[in-house]
Design a protein around this ligand. Structure first.
Ligand code: GDP
Ligand code: MG
Length: 450
């Protein structure tokens, strides 16, 4: 089959006119996607200029797919922009005295949640012994929120109900844990305001001055949009921000503001928040982030791109292209659909290009290597042990209770945990499916397909 893909690609690129128009159309399409993803206007203009100067269409060998070359150049440029050129401070396990990492950001950005996630992540995956300090004396309830969350995660905690000076509380908390036996990482939560107003920035300056953190992390909500640059800059001017964490990447927002935050603070994004729960923190991966930025653009553009990479509709209705088209038309996503999509995707051979183009990481890079392919196969085995009702259940199958999960595990000879993983993965994909912005109706898609 890969031979026929090659054939289709060759035909396609022959048909492609080698001129400025291809480049312009493609760059415009990508720029639209970036603007929709909240990438700053100035940044998009920079990408445009850079692509136009680096991609030399005339110089490309005959038979190269121009769009792919352009796409690749854009990806490279965006990845370059996400890399500030110097790594951030990383705490080292067992260090004495303990490293101090302070979290700053606007109110509601997710600081408190992320402090606990960050502490838990270091303990769970790297064996650190972290502690949490609440230096938010501004917002009522802040102390209890962190205290409860810390208790839930089983992480030592310091805060004060009586002291209203954040500098004092921060210093006391840091002092308490800094030389405490076994503690090697102190995470300090600070207060936020609704805007980056002077009082907040001054308070932050004082807390930083008094506690001398090894790392200041700026926490930003992915939905911040075009305001990201200015906001990050304001924080950077008052505190030595050394890393960025973008939260709420599980929602609608496409997180283009992260590019601005990197530019404004000259520091890297280290993690992204992907949910409200403590384990919902993922190490930042520039590659999948960029795919997301580009992939969440307008869907007809996406279909167009897919068309570049894989052959058009097959006669037997089984190309991933047609399956996706059908799903988009219908607007929901069952386990049966997932199985169908996996089958189609598996029959295609190497997926590199395709995977990165599927909107919102619908099929993530997770399925793109050898291990991923094996996982896909195991998922399909588990789905084979499901009943019709289970396969056709709604996108968030409440139907799948523990006894059904156990039955599927037994039937397929896979661990229960893996069945749960598969259901989670399906849920994530179904969620993506319903959140694809600017979904073109089938009519608009058809003229591209034909
Ligand atoms: P703070 O004011 O900066 O301390 O923000 P909080 O940590 O209190 O978070 C504000 C709200 O955002 C809470 O409802 C959190 O549960 C939610 N939140 C934080 N991070 C994430 C995330 O990554 N995804 C989602 N969906 N919600 C988040
Ligand atoms: Mg808070």
């Amino acid at each position: 089959l890969s031979g026929s893909i090659k054939g289709a690609l060759a035909r396609m690129s022959k048909a492609m006119v080698v001129d400025e128009k291809v480049l312009n159309d493609c760059v415009n399409e990508i720029s639209r996607a970036l603007l929709q993803a909240d990438v700053r206007f100035e940044t998009v203009r920079g990408v445009q200029a850079s692509i136009k100067s680096t991609v030399n269409l005339q110089a490309l060998a005959d038979g190269t797919n121009k769009r792919r070359v352009i796409h690749r150049a854009v990806v490279a440029e965006l990845r370059r922009m996400l890399d500030p050129g110097k790594p951030s401070f990383t705490p080292s396990k067992g260090r004495k005295p303990a490293s101090v990492v302070m979290f700053v950001g606007l109110q509601g950005s997710g600081k408190t949640t992320t402090c606990v996630k960050y502490a838990d992540y270091h303990r769970r995956t790297k064996g650190f012994s972290p502690a949490l300090v609440c230096a938010d004396t501004f917002r009522a309830g802040a102390l209890d929120q962190l205290k409860q969350s810390a208790a839930k995660a089983g992480i030592p905690f310091y805060g004060s109900h009586t002291e209203s000076d954040p500098v004092k509380v921060a210093v006391e908390g840091v002092d308490r844990f800094r030389n405490q036996e076994g503690c090697d990482l102190i995470v300090v939560d600070t207060s936020g305001r609704h805007r980056q107003e002077a009082a907040l920035l001054e308070e932050m300056r004082q807390v930083v001055g008094a506690t001398r953190p090894d790392l200041v992390v700026l926490v930003m909500d992915a939905s911040i949009g075009q305001a990201a640059f200015e906001q990050a800059q304001a924080f950077r001017q008052s505190a030595p921000v050394g890393a960025v964490i973008v939260t709420k990447m599980d929602g609608h927002a496409k997180g283009g503001g992260a590019l601005s935050a990197v530019a404004a603070t000259k520091s890297p994004v280290i993690f992204v928040g992907t949910g409200e729960h403590i384990p919902d923190l993922e190490a930042f991966d520039a590659k999948s982030f960029v795919s997301r930025l580009l992939g969440l653009g307008d869907l007809s553009g996406f279909m167009d791109k897919i068309h570049d990479v894989i052959p058009g509709p097959a006669d037997d209705n089984t190309s991933p292209y047609q399956i996706l088209e059908e799903l988009i038309k219908r607007g929901n996503f069952t386990l049966r659909d997932l199985r169908k999509l996996f089958r189609a995707v598996q029959s295609m051979g190497p997926l590199g290009q395709l995977v990165s183009m599927i909107p919102g990481g619908l099929i993530s890079d997770k399925f793109n290597d050898k291990e991923g392919q094996a996982k896909m196969k195991r998922y399909m085995t588990m789905m084979d042990s499901m009943t019709d009702a289970e396969l056709d259940g709604s996108s968030s199958p409440k139907l799948m209770n523990q006894s059904r999960i156990n039955r599927v595990a037994r039937g397929s000879g896979r661990p229960v945990r893996e069945v749960v993983d598969m259901l989670e993965e399906h849920k994530r994909m179904a969620k993506m499916m319903t959140k694809l912005p600017n979904v073109k109706r089938p009519n608009d898609i058809n003229h591209i397909a034909n």
